[in-house]
Design a protein around this ligand. Sequence first.
Ligand SMILES: [Zn+2]
Length: 411
Amino acid sequence: MVEIFDELGYKKQTCKTCGQEFYSQVDRDTCGDAPCDEYEFIANPATDKPYNLYEIQKVFREFLESEGHTHVHRYPVLAKRWRDDVFLVGASIFCFQPWITSGLVKPPANPIEMAQPSIRLNDVDNVGRTGRHMTCFTMGTHTVINKEDDFIYWEDRTIELCHKFFEHIGINTEEITFIKSWWSGGGNEGPCYEVCCRGVELATLVFIQYETLENGDKKEIPIKVVDTGYGLERIAWISQGTPTAYDACFAPVVDKLKELTGVEINEDIQGRNAQIAGMMDIEDIGDLKELRQQVADSLNLSLEDYLKAAEPMEAIYIIADHTRCLAFMIADGIIPSNVKEGYLARLVLRRTIRFMKDLNMKESLADVMAIQLDFLSKFYPEIRDSEEHIMNIITLEEERYAATVKKGKSI
Ligand SMILES: [Zn+2]
């Protein structure tokens, strides 16, 4: 039974739109998540001061350290180094599966605070186009590995920490909702809360306590894991109220690319786009077409005129996003190739080159990567250590790609 909601003044309510149960300090009709609520932070920041991505990482770390957590440095994005079921780290919990979550290996600390770069390529087509999707995002987490004889904390303390963190960064907690839900994945399940503010989900608090059996039943597991994920890019975004999360998180890279290409970002178009995209579940190209039509209509533009204006801006965002993802991939040991994780790196790399071509950029991919590394390595010194390696791989791959394209053309 969760008692903390009562203590913090949150009341149980039901969303009149989607029917989900949620907790809020004030009476409200809707649950706070899109599409029940619209994005209400663009040009209207939700915190009392703006944070860039690295500032929010620092504040997150310091807050949790002051609350008894130990900081753990990020893991490599190449999950294959310690597990054989996935290639890439898609969430912070991937770092602790299966060895630590099963109890075979002791956790590096407990409870843990970490900011883990996580890569998800399943909706790569949305990147740059929805204002919020990224190939690589930073999952802030406070993770707890609870054993029967060493039980650290569970739902009440987790919810309390989440509430206090958002309060700490100046979010009015009356704008926060905790939506009750159920999480399952990788053979485990348990209750969870999606934490939303102004139409956007900022964190998910998962309490892994069951094993999912083959017949669908569930069995209590001895090691119970608190697995929280804070979308640090999104938190930086709502703190700045920029038109897109890309502007909030890699502004220096976006600015340099704008300078090189002469592309201007139209904030009205991008803000409107992100707002409408926020209301939609964009799963395929059809949904993306629908989004573009809706944005064009809302701006009173023909689809053609809208695309002509939006596509160069989107290409800038895509290049900024993809080079960051590639930098982590290559620094952490992935070599582009035609198989497995190498194929994923090649896909991201070739997409980057294609969007650079769309913008008629004369610079090489290595030139653009240098901009990204300059930005990224300030916060990840290990990336600076891999700079030469990354540049060598990038240059070789770009030559290979040019040769392949040339060969294709002559055929
Ligand atoms: Zn709802």
